[in-house]
Design a protein around this ligand. Structure first.
Ligand SMILES: [Zn+2]
Length: 202
């Protein structure tokens, strides 16, 4: 007997998610078969609304329900400090430890093995933002993985190549309190606060 089409379809959808292989996809699908119809519908609505009801901020590229996002539209935030992160999840991590400046979210890091070059990230938008800004400190807070380091170096070089000098754009990198290869979103608050406070010129 072949797996019925509606079941096979959902298995296929789960398999497209990172870290989910065919076995897990099957298990999740059959698990959902036992959900009451009402719960399944709520689940489906949440999935459908995920993109319909969120926006990528036209300024900082963070994800929020409004554009510009709640951080960009908050005039009390310190516009002289800008954290550059690879993922919106990192924004929540820095918010949790009380950072009061602004952000720029790249949505990834440069990774030639995955065919992700600078063009695939919001790097040009960052440069455009900096050119229109007042003097500012750019805190490069990509992860300490090889790709995160390479991305930080690429951005630092590009900022200078674009003629934005040290008086105008100060570039710092979060300190190495984070384990090498460590993910910012999983760092504990103390480690992350130290990494931010101990940032150095880059
Ligand atoms: Zn924003």
């Amino acid at each position: 007997m072949k797996i019925p089409k509606p079941i096979a379809n959902l298995i296929e959808s789960f398999e497209r998610l990172p870290g989910i292989g065919p076995k897990t996809a099957q298990r999740l699908t059959f698990y959902l078969l036992h959900f009451p119809q009402e719960d399944i519908e709520r689940f489906a609505d949440n999935l459908k609304n995920l993109k319909l009801e969120t926006k990528i901020c036209s300024i900082c590229k963070n994800v929020d329900a409004i554009d510009p996002c709640s951080i960009c539209s908050d005039s009390r935030r310190d516009a002289t400090k800008l954290i550059v992160t690879s993922s919106p999840l990192d924004v929540y991590a820095f918010e949790k430890v009380g950072f009061k400046g602004k952000y720029h979210v790249l949505h990834g890091v440069i990774n030639p093995l995955d065919n992700i070059g600078p063009e695939e990230l919001f790097i040009k938008d960052l440069i455009g933002r900096l050119k229109k800004s007042e003097p500012i400190e750019v805190i490069l807070a990509t992860n300490t993985s090889m790709e995160g380091e390479a991305t930080a170096m690429y951005i630092a070089k590009l900022i200078r190549d674009e003629g934005l000098d040290d008086d105008f754009v100060k570039i710092t990198r979060i300190a190495r309190g984070l384990p090498v290869g460590g993910d910012i979103e999983y760092a504990d608050d103390i480690t992350l606060t130290r990494a931010l406070e101990g940032r150095r010129d880059f």
